[in-house]
Design a protein around this ligand. Structure first.
Ligand code: ASP
Length: 438
């Protein structure tokens, strides 16, 4: 028998109607035996997410304000679901306990985690499945970092009997038992942890979109969906800000070789996007898998005649960058120039000091800082060992009248990265997309 771990996001469990959809999806495939729920999300555009309301309760209590109205809103969300689905779980008692703990000074993580906890209780009752409290099986160390191996052992042990189970996402506990959460959107990570521990054949991540798109739909009109992508390609895309998953959710499943399938709860017949270790490379695979990018980088350009003869030049430059707390994104170099691409926002407060220090360390001829550069990555396993992709990409940019400020391609040939002026960001993405896709 296969094992499928399903994680349902907040919009997939926002009300009783969505709970019914989830139950139907689970009933369609008996291999779906583990569910990781998020807290109820938005039911309509300006609705509140329960997690946001829980954080609000915490802040109001901290500020000495009355948080009861906010808590009542939260309670009503769960009561509506429980009543509509005729659940038997003692929700009143669970809500009272949460309310008392908040009043008694519970920390922000405890407050926020109750969104998933309560939703998990309801879902387990609705499905007739076992409820596993994540605080007992997901462990963090004293610094709040996931203790992956202890968690893996505890979770595998708990799920070893193969009983269908509901494990709420987003939280676990510190060594002293205090509840601790991942960062926002962290139920994706919980789902991946459960998938690894259960030895799943696939990790299904159910959300409200039918998979990843080849480009940002705010820039390209109706971009195509990505049917399959490798974890490595996903890493390149999400580094550039494009992903429907929490970035840390990739590690547990990637390492275990478990594919992730992004699916749409509101359109369950759609196959979604499959993320796997090795996606097929064949003539039907498009040359490019996707395009992603970010604006607002600065380029620190250091020039010095005959710098190639100077041992340790690069180290001196990078040491200053490191000591000033900056991380560099790219390092394009010329014969007598070395450029360091950093986030413009990070550079701003230390800009003058960085320039002065690099000058003092390297005795450069000139140092200039160019702001407002966008970086765009065109990603695709289809371009590996494939001639002509770069030529097509740069021709498309040239036809669109875009000046290329930087080029970077790693030897993996998995992506071609270009730097352009921020004003050309959208134009570049459209030009590349229409060259390769339309
Ligand atoms: N409920 C949490 C959040 O809104 C975690 C999650 O949904 O993944 O961030």
């Amino acid at each position: 028998m296969r094992k499928v771990v399903t994680k349902f996001g907040g919009s997939s469990l926002a009300d009783a109607g969505q709970f019914e959809k989830v139950k139907n999806i689970l009933a369609l495939d008996p291999d779906r035996r583990y569910v990781v729920p998020s807290a109820p999300g938005r039911r309509f555009k300006d609705d509140d997410k329960v997690t946001d309301l829980l954080y609000r309760c915490y802040r109001q209590r901290e500020a000495g304000e009355d948080y009861q109205d906010t808590f009542d809103k939260i309670a009503a969300r769960y009561m509506d679901i429980a009543e509509e689905l005729k659940l038997t779980v003692d929700l009143g008692a669970a809500l009272d306990e949460v309310n008392e703990r908040i009043a008694g000074g519970a920390n922000a993580d405890y407050c926020a985690s109750r969104g998933e906890y309560l939703n998990g209780l309801l879902l387990a009752d609705y499905l007739g499945w076992r409820f596993v409290d994540a605080a007992e099986v997901v462990r963090f160390d004293e610094d709040g970092n996931l203790d992956a191996e202890t968690t893996h052992c505890l979770m595998s042990e708990r799920l070893a009997d193969g009983k269908p189970s509901v494990v709420p996402g987003f939280y676990g506990s510190l060594p002293d038992g205090t509840v601790h959460t991942f960062s926002r959107g962290g139920s994706d990570i919980s789902g991946a942890i459960v998938a690894r521990a259960a030895g799943a054949d696939v990790y299904e991540n159910w959300t409200d979109v039918s998979g990843m798109l080849m480009a940002d739909p705010r820039i390209v009109e109706s971009p195509r969906e990505i049917s399959s992508i490798t974890y490595q390609e996903l890493r390149e895309m999400s580094y550039m800000g494009a992903s429907v998953l929490h970035t840390d959710s990739v590690f547990p499943v990637h390492r275990a070789g478990i594919p992730t399938n992004i699916r749409n709860t509101n359109n369950p017949d759609h196959p979604g996007t499959i993320i796997s270790l090795k996606a097929p490379v064949s003539s039907s695979v498009p040359t490019i898998t996707g395009i992603a990018g970010l604006k607002g980088f600065s380029v620190v350009s250091v020039e010095k005649a005959m710098m190639n003869n100077e041992k340790g030049f690069g180290r001196k430059v990078l040491q200053v960058i490191e000591e000033e707390g900056l991380s560099f994104e790219h390092l394009p170099t010329g014969i007598d120039t070395m450029c360091v691409v950093v986030s413009g926002e990070q550079l701003e407060p230390v800009r003058q000091r960085v320039v002065n220090r690099i000058m003092a360390e390297t005795h450069a001829d000139t140092i200039t800082v160019h702001d407002g550069m966008s970086i765009i990555a065109t990603v695709g396993r289809g371009m590996v060992h494939n001639c002509g992709t770069a030529a097509r990409l740069f021709s498309a940019m040239s036809r669109a009248g875009i000046n290329v400020r930087m080029i970077d391609q790693g030897s993996s040939e998995l992506s071609i990265i270009v730097g352009v002026d921020d004003k050309d960001y959208e134009k570049t993405i459209r030009a590349i997309y229409s060259e390769f896709v339309n």
